[in-house]
Design a protein around this ligand. Structure first.
Ligand code: 5AD
Ligand code: SF4
Length: 436
């Protein structure tokens, strides 16, 4: 038998890409590939790319530039570009980076095995279709290998919201939900392979309609799986938070008290220009309803500063909204022009204004996050232990609220949810001791 071929995958961007990278790795596993974490050893390098902001896309081209030397050293090496840059730029990638052999979009990677055979034969392969066949039906069942305790599971893809700044509706296409029975089957496979926590993924996951009772219905069905201890979901749009989902946060024990609910801005004028179809007030009311159902829920959000036309007053309104909500976690970005989106046509803000606003916004968010971390000290919280820490005898896991937590613990806590009393709070993690 010939030696297995080696696959090196590098993933950029969001959690959906992390999930897709796993599925692509499994698909190529059927072609005799095993993974390597050294690009120099690889027979195939796959970059799973992100197009959400300009910098993310540029990173891919600089990485490809660096890979030219590897290709010179190993002429049999094949290089593939997957993900949203592949979808958005297609053939342009091969023009700009001729060392690329294969370009595959997020909706067509079930065709990777055939594409691999084509490139092995010396051809170039490009597939950025939105095919009629569902990739998840064509992909084989998840492999039986033992898995880490926490896994992602994509249940919904694409977006019909068309926020004025965002490329997702163009790169990922319109909203599609996977049928609940297939999701349930995949969830059971994951749990059988040792998974204790599943995060349901979708660009608009709370618009999931693969179950008669929406995402809440799916969550309740999942919660009946023995051995599955925790359920999370991300990312949600405020307008799709329905009553059943809010209620599930109060009543479903396995649904964790953490919600990523991007608001982007606190100014109604900017929200309107962004085509968000909600106001600051309606977001705050929604937060009140969610907190009424689950008072201790940890909220997180995405923010964009310097959207075209944002005045100092608009920006202040965002700071004001942040002060009112108190976010435990947040991701904030300078607006980045994306060709083909409506906002790209508008006059852009000066870079120094965006940079200055971003640093003020992040200072406030960090302050809030730090306070919430500090308030955890003395509390006892569930922690799913995921891996050994860097210090001997220490284990690391995630709290119910998604904090990274470390504690002295025996190795057999791996994969278990244990109660931990928090004793110290750092900037990015909490330390604690096992209770019993
Ligand atoms: N510029 C800056 N940030 C963006 N995001 C999406 N598009 C852009 C853009 N053009 C941010 C939003 C979104 C997150 C995933 O990325 O905040 O919620
Ligand atoms: Fe992009 Fe808006 Fe859709 Fe989120 S809801 S993926 S920001 S278009």
């Amino acid at each position: 038998m010939s030696a297995p071929r080696k696959l090196f995958v590098k993933t950029y961007g969001c959690q959906m890409n992390v999930y897709d990278s796993e599925r692509m790795t499994e698909a190529l596993g059927g072609e005799g590939y095993v993974t390597t974490d050294r690009a120099e050893d690889a027979d195939m390098i796959l970059l799973n790319t992100c197009h959400i902001r300009e910098k993310a896309a540029e990173k891919v081209y600089s990485e490809l530039g660096r890979m030219r030397a590897l290709k010179d050293a190993n002429p049999d090496l094949k290089i593939g570009v997957a993900g949203c840059v592949a979808q958005a730029e297609g053939e342009e990638i091969m023009r700009r980076a001729p060392m690329v052999d294969l370009v595959v979009g997020p909706q067509s990677y079930h065709r990777l095995p055939a594409m691999d055979r084509a490139v092995r034969g010396g051809a170039k392969a490009l597939d950025t279709d939105f095919p009629d066949d569902d990739k998840f039906d064509t992909l084989k069942a998840r492999t039986k290998m033992k898995r880490a305790p926490a896994a992602f599971l994509t249940v919904q893809e694409g977006c019909d919201k068309f926020c004025a700044f965002c490329v997702v509706p163009y790169t990922r296409g319109s909203e599609v939900s996977r049928p609940a029975d297939r999701v349930m089957r995949e969830a059971r496979e994951l749990v059988d392979a040792g998974v204790a926590e599943i995060t349901l993924l979708g660009q608009n996951v709370n618009a999931y309609h693969g179950h008669d009772a929406g995402l809440a219905g799916l969550i309740w069905d999942l919660s009946a799986i023995d051995g599955l201890k925790r359920i999370r979901f991300t990312t949600s749009h405020p307008n799709d938070m329905d009553d059943a989902l809010i209620e599930a946060h109060g009543t479903c024990d396995k649904l964790m008290p953490y919600l990523h609910l991007p608001v982007q801005s606190g100014s109604d004028r900017i929200l309107k220009a962004m085509n968000r179809k909600h106001t600051a007030e309606s977001y705050l009311k929604l937060v009140d309803r969610i907190r009424a159902a689950r008072p201790d829920i940890m909220l997180s959000s995405d923010f964009i500063v310097g959207f075209p036309g944002e005045t100092e007053e608009d920006f202040e309104a965002t700071l004001e909204l942040i002060r009112k909500v108190e976010f435990g976690q947040a991701y904030s970005f300078k607006y980045s022009t994306r060709p083909g989106t409506p906002a790209a046509e508008k006059p852009q803000m000066p870079e120094d204004v965006m940079a200055e606003r971003l640093s003020r916004l992040q200072a406030l968010l960090t302050q809030q996050q730090r306070k919430i971390q500090d308030d955890m000290v003395g509390r006892t919280v569930g922690v799913l232990f995921e891996k050994p820490g860097r210090i001997d005898g220490q284990m690391i896991g995630k709290s119910d609220y998604l904090h990274a937590v470390y504690a002295d613990a025996p190795a057999d806590v791996l994969g278990q949810v244990r109660q931990v009393r928090i004793t110290v709070a750092g900037t990015n993690s909490l330390g604690g001791e096992l209770v019993r």
